[in-house]
Ligand binder design. Structure first.
Ligand code: KIV
Length: 263
């Protein structure tokens, strides 16, 4: 079994060893993924791939807490990151009250918050009150409705300047690492050089300190759409459908159960 990472060992990995983050939403997959992942993210993407919704916005804190506990039960020796849902950290007081719930009601190691310079004060309030924070800048899935879709960032000078400011602000506010999503690779590389904490990329190219993928994308279970940055390491949907059809065929053909499956 892998040794559980700590905030200190994660920070020390920058420039030494690329960090591997994978999402999980339940105990079963957390158990399967724990050996390969340095960090398991209970992402609010679960609202889409698990909950079947079109975006992440409607997940509740209670639901995140339920799934975080499930993941921690399956992978008790993993460093677990819990996404703070949309609307739960709009001001310092709400953010702290809700993050304290995550820490008191689950064994998660940190929370993740979307936003840069605009959220620095909130990150600072959390970190100074004992809540470890992983930042998340660039393409922000929780801005899906307000921005009218998923917008890749770093496409012009103004966006690039803002991204660097975002990264530095949340680092100064005490975040111990950050996810950089949907950012042009050269700009993500610049962000990575501009901060001392690890930058975990998703759709941000190779020159970052680690990578994160949503497990259901990576394992090919999510069929609705495949973003450009996803590599499928398994054709999970095909395998599951084939297995389910074999079972159905054997039930209909009276081939299952056999003697060895019978009491
Ligand atoms: O919710 C999630 O899975 C995430 C990843 C896309 C980084 O935030």
């Amino acid at each position: 079994m892998n040794k559980k990472l700590t905030i200190t060992s994660i920070k020390k990995a920058k420039g030494v060893k690329p960090l591997v983050m994978i999402t999980a939403y339940d105990a079963l997959f957390a158990k399967l993924l724990q050996e390969s992942a340095d960090m398991i993210l209970v992402g609010d993407s679960l609202n889409m791939s698990f909950g079947g919704k079109n975006d992440t916005l409607s997940i509740t804190l209670d639901q995140m807490i339920y799934h975080t506990n499930a993941v921690c039960n399956g992978a008790p020796n993993s460093f677990v990151v819990c996404d703070m849902p949309f609307g739960t950290y709009t001001n310092k007081e709400d953010a702290l009250r809700n993050a304290v719930r995550v820490f008191q009601e689950t064994p998660a190691d940190c929370v993740k918050i979307e936003g840069g310079e605009d959220k620095a004060e909130i990150v600072q309030h959390l970190t100074s009150n004992g809540i470890a924070v992983c930042g998340h800048i660039g393409l922000l899935p929780q801005a899906y409705r307000s921005e009218g879709g998923y917008k890749v960032k770093g496409k012009n000078e103004a966006e690039t300047v803002q991204l660097i400011k975002d990264a530095r602000s949340i680092e100064s506010a005490g975040a111990f690492c950050m996810v950089v999503e949907g950012v042009k690779a050269d700009i993500a590389a610049e962000i990575t050089k501009s901060v001392e904490i690890p930058v975990i990329g998703i759709g941000a190219g190779a020159d970052v300190d680690g990578q994160v993928l949503v497990f259901s994308d990576m394992l090919g279970f999510y069929e609705a759409f495949t973003p450009k940055f996803v590599k499928k390491y398994l054709d999970g949907a095909k395998l599951v459908k084939e297995a389910a059809q074999s079972y159905a065929d054997e039930v209909v053909g009276k081939e299952f159960p056999k003697e060895e499956h019978t009491y």
